[in-house]
Design a protein. Structure first.
Length: 95
């Protein structure tokens, strides 16, 4: 059994640019109120923050983490009994 890892990019800049394009696509769907897209956008923003931090760009990572935190807070407030939303909020706060 093989595991698909996704596309391979020659440089970190190429990978980050592709990640930004993915975030833009998620934003378009999330703005329409699609809950799964809002969760996907949260994950994408946190992962982008992680990648930027790994690349040594802490200042660039901060807005991505803050965007993830904003989403996590809104998801957790929407349904306080949703354990997944509360866990995502904890992850965002940890970043």
């Amino acid at each position: 059994m093989t595991q698909e890892t996704g596309p391979v990019f020659a440089t970190i800049d190429e990978a980050l640019a592709e990640h930004q394009r993915a975030i833009a696509a998620f934003e378009a769907v999330a703005e329409a109120g699609d809950l799964p897209a809002r969760r996907d956008l949260f994950i994408a923003r946190v992962k982008l923050g992680d990648r930027l931090l790994q690349a040594g760009d802490a200042a660039g990572a901060l807005p991505s983490y803050r965007g993830g935190l904003d989403l996590a807070e809104s998801l957790a407030e929407r349904d306080p009994a949703d354990g997944r939303a509360q866990r995502e909020l904890a992850v965002a706060l940890d970043k």
